[in-house]
Design a protein around this ligand. Sequence first.
Ligand code: BGC
Length: 362
Amino acid sequence: MTTLGTHAAVAATTVTKAGFGKLPDGTTAEIYTLKNADIEVGITNYGARVVTIKTKDRDGKVGDVALGYNSVEGYVVEGTAKTYFGAIVGRYGNRIRGGKFTIDGHEYQIPPNNNGNALHGGPHGFDDLVWTGKELPNGAEMSLVSKDGDMGFPGTLTLHVLYTLVGDSLHINYKATTDKTTVVNVTNHTYFNLAGDGSGPILPEVMQINADQYTPIDAGLIPVGGAQPVKGTPFDFNTPTVIGARINDANEQLKLAGGYDHNWILRGKAGELKVAAKVVDPKTGRVLTISTTEPGVQFYSGNFVDGSYTGKTGTKYEKYAGFCLETQHYPDSPNQPEFPSTLLKPGETLHSTTVFAFSVQK
Ligand code: BGC
């Protein structure tokens, strides 16, 4: 008998790098595969995107729960009708009214790319850039330098996004600095389908969001009227509720977005890691728990996915093919001073963490 204590073996993660097809300029895109006993995640340096997330269901059967394409060409071909599958969106994820905002009396203009507003950083946001990838012992780091004036934003922004596997979780750590005061809101835009990529609508999945308030929108999907209680509305997900249960209710807010496409104000302190949402797929037993240091989450039910694109499994992605839970600061914060600030100043470092944890329910 050994006198040494027995330690449970920590699941080792392997990281491998391979080609992921050709970018428009002829260079080869990269894919980093992070794998341990629990999950396998594919990350490409085009848009720092999550391409695949393979997890086990309640019977131990492995399935891919992230929407996307088999090679980089699929992402590039989307052109202007973008889904943002798996991407890190920025410099300002979500919307800015008219693409305009003012810092220290200076007005900046981002080219509008969504009903007259700027969405996800304008027409060529971070989703559309080739990042510098680096293999790390338990993950991959994606880095980017967005120049002063990139898409109209002030200041050179240096951004590092670290993807690491910790047991059954994918951790995403963001770190950013600037040389001029700017606005930053970066998030990950993975579309999840816990029953499996290409398996049909996510409407039967059960959603829980830890929020008492959300920010209702106007026709351009921009918050108006500040924070409002979710109580008594189809936006109350404090009790786990089937996504499709109320999605077609005669509710003005649902009609404006064709489903859910709103920002929830999370309970708990911004800056502290807290559970934002939990989703259960009753069919496979897969459970996704999302924690974040961000103050909000955009729950988007894939309303504008319209059958134009065919994904990894060879199936067309139709409306509600996946849901996004984009942990973030609130939309249009640069123009809404009552919202938590998205300003980043020289000498400051933005730190943000989001964790996607996978488990199963019997
Ligand atoms: C937005 C949607 C948009 C989607 C993809 C989401 O973050 O909230 O309105 O259609 O991204 O473009």
